[in-house]
Ligand binder design. Structure first.
Ligand SMILES: *[C@@H]1O[C@H](CO)[C@@H](O)[C@H](O)[C@H]1NC(C)=O
Ligand SMILES: *[C@@H]1O[C@H](CO)[C@@H](O)[C@H](O)[C@H]1NC(C)=O
Ligand SMILES: *[C@@H]1O[C@H](CO)[C@@H](O)[C@H](O)[C@H]1NC(C)=O
Length: 389
């Protein structure tokens, strides 16, 4: 449209000398020259429109995704080719509502072999209220690993992020809604993150993180640990106390009975199949929505319980995210600048034993939460010593 207007403009400008010249009728060659001049302008206008038509997809790519420019062909070239199906959406700000998004995200290919080279990626999904104070540490963690990860951020709808174009978090915000702790809206936000990440067929693993999470290992170790695991890391255990079984509501029977009831941390890592199971669930969702309300915190029970009924053999039943419950109380401890030291992180690594692919190991946690923003400086200064990146 714009180029059209521009070429009209140039004709308009060209008209001025015509009027002036036509005031002198004693020059017979003039109409021919005038015609040539007009044709020249017309020609310029047309070539300009063509040029901008071909250039604009590149310009569009450049503004929306500066990093991936070299990797992707502009849309108009591969429409009709398989690329248009496997290329991740460039604009995360789609206009689908949850019902449309979940439907779209759970379309599954029925031929298991991919007829193209697919490098599986880890989707890092950040569930936050507002800013990501530890973003510089994550930035360093991701550096040099392009093509092996994607990032999605769900924050309060009123929050306006201001990441620089060079940040890995730039333009990675998905359409979000208010999410409240312990309420179904929190599970909805998690499903929304999964569904958006599922739209990229290269995402194979999905990690849920908060704004207070940090990585405890470098990217290669994280990638290998997740990629080679037989199980998805969803915390899921039977807590016989009032904070576990005590939250079960008999209204869920027989869909969910007390033997099925599980508890687990909401910070999970799941593979693509489980991610789809979570997004497509309409079987258990209504029971949990109706019968698990505070003091039943649905984000601690819905996914662990549903998945241990549907696919118990695919779960590691533990989370990859370390958190300090040692100080007691209803909330885990926050650690800040005064806590971070080599010994502190070594302790997280060495003091634990867990199972990885059915073998005992000391490497149990890849992430830690609740890190206070004031820990950022020492973490950045010593990240190489602490975490190897
Ligand atoms: C609970 O449900 C499971 C199936 O999900 C079933 O095997 C088990 O017998 C049930 N237990 C009770 C106490 O009803
Ligand atoms: C996780 O727990 C389920 C029971 O809920 C069990 O069937 C499964 O074997 C456990 N997974 C591992 C890796 O032990
Ligand atoms: C990641 O950390 C491991 C062990 O800490 C180290 O052997 C490896 O070289 C590191 N990888 C990179 C790419 O820095």
């Amino acid at each position: 449209m714009q180029t059209r207007v521009k070429s009209y403009d140039s004709l308009e400008e060209g008209r001025e000398p015509i009027l002036r010249n036509s005031a002198q009728p004693n020059r017979p060659l003039l109409p021919l020259r005038l015609l040539q001049f007009l044709l020249l302008l017309l020609g310029l206008g047309i070539s300009f429109s063509f040029l901008s038509f071909y250039i604009s997809p590149y310009l569009k790519l450049q503004t929306e995704s500066p990093v991936s420019l070299s990797k992707f062909q502009p849309c108009f070239r591969d429409s009709g080719s398989i690329m248009s199906w496997i290329r991740p959406p460039l604009n995360l700000r789609h206009e689908m509502n949850d019902a449309e998004l979940f439907w779209r995200a759970t379309l599954v290919p029925t031929i298991p072999r991919y007829p193209f080279k697919r490098t599986p990626k880890i989707a890092f999904m950040f569930l936050t209220r507002g800013p990501l104070p530890l973003a510089p540490l994550w930035q360093r963690f991701f550096e040099g690993n392009e093509g092996l990860y994607s990032i999605y951020v769900h924050s309060s709808p009123s929050y306006r992020p201001n990441f620089r174009t060079s940040s890995v978090f730039y333009n990675r915000q998905i359409p979000s809604q208010v999410a409240e702790w312990g309420m179904m809206s929190m599970c909805d936000a998690e499903r929304r993150l999964l569904a958006n990440a599922l739209l990229d067929v290269s995402n194979e693993w999905f990690v849920l993180l908060s704004e207070s999470c940090i990585p405890l290992q470098n990217f290669s170790i994280v990638y290998r640990y997740i990629a080679r695991s037989r199980y998805s890391f969803m915390g899921s255990f039977d807590d016989p106390t009032g904070n576990g079984r005590g939250r079960y509501n008999a209204g869920m029977f027989p869909k969910v009975n007390l033997t099925n009831w599980r508890k687990g941390s909401q910070w999970f890592e799941v593979n693509r199949k489980i991610a789809i199971d979570i997004v497509q669930d309409t079987d258990y969702y209504p029971s949990f929505e109706q019968f698990c309300r505070p003091p039943c915190y649905v984000d601690e029970h819905y996914f662990p319980t549903m998945l241990s009924i549907k696919s118990p053999r695919e779960l590691a039943n533990r989370s990859l995210t370390w958190v300090d419950w040692s100080r007691g109380g209803a909330h885990p401890a926050t650690f800040g600048a005064g806590d971070v030291s080599k010994q502190f992180f070594d302790k997280i690594g060495k003091d634990q034993t867990c199972y990885y692919n059915d073998q005992p190991t000391n490497l149990c946690f890849l992430f830690a939460r609740k890190v206070s923003p004031n820990a950022l400086d020492p973490l950045l200064r010593y990240s190489h010593r602490f975490f190897g990146f």
